[in-house]
Design a binder for this molecule. Structure first.
Ligand SMILES: [Zn+2]
Length: 143
């Protein structure tokens, strides 16, 4: 049983399945657009449950294609625990990429990288910007 994939909201391109081995017996899966690279949240877990992760990833792609890619606020992130977000950071210790929102919330937010490392970063002082997906070229320009 497979989820029918919607076309990319930006260019109408087809969704492409990505699969990356991240450690022994563990994979990262997700969909992105074949043409423009717009990506949906990714899932990680043991190879044994790849099938169900693939279905979750397809659902995430279909959901994500309908949401605008505005900058996420702390309040929004509090409701997104366990979900994957795209982070662009000035903090050298927290490289740009996908992170999972962790349940511990203080002044800073905790994010788990794809390798499981936990990062603490602040989005209120401008150190990091958090998006639902990687911004398009020029999408976060001031002009
Ligand atoms: Zn596209």
């Amino acid at each position: 049983m497979s989820e029918e994939l919607k076309p990319c909201p930006f260019c109408g391109g087809e969704a492409r399945y990505n699969r990356k081995q991240i450690s022994q017996g563990c994979v990262l899966v997700g969909y992105d657009c074949e043409q423009c690279g717009a990506a949906a949240p990714v899932f990680t877990g043991p190879v044994a449950i790849e099938k169900s992760m693939k279905i979750s990833a397809a659902k995430a792609w279909n959901r994500r294609t309908q949401q605008p890619n505005e900058l996420l606020t702390v309040d929004e992130l509090r409701k997104m625990i366990g979900q994957w977000v795209w982070v662009e950071s000035k903090d050298v210790l927290c490289p740009n990429g996908w992170y999972r929102v962790e349940p511990q919330f203080r002044e800073t937010i905790s994010l788990a990288g794809v390798d499981g490392t936990i990062y603490e970063t602040s989005i209120t002082n401008g150190d990091s910007a958090v998006y639902r997906r990687p911004p398009e070229e020029g999408e976060n320009d001031e002009s």
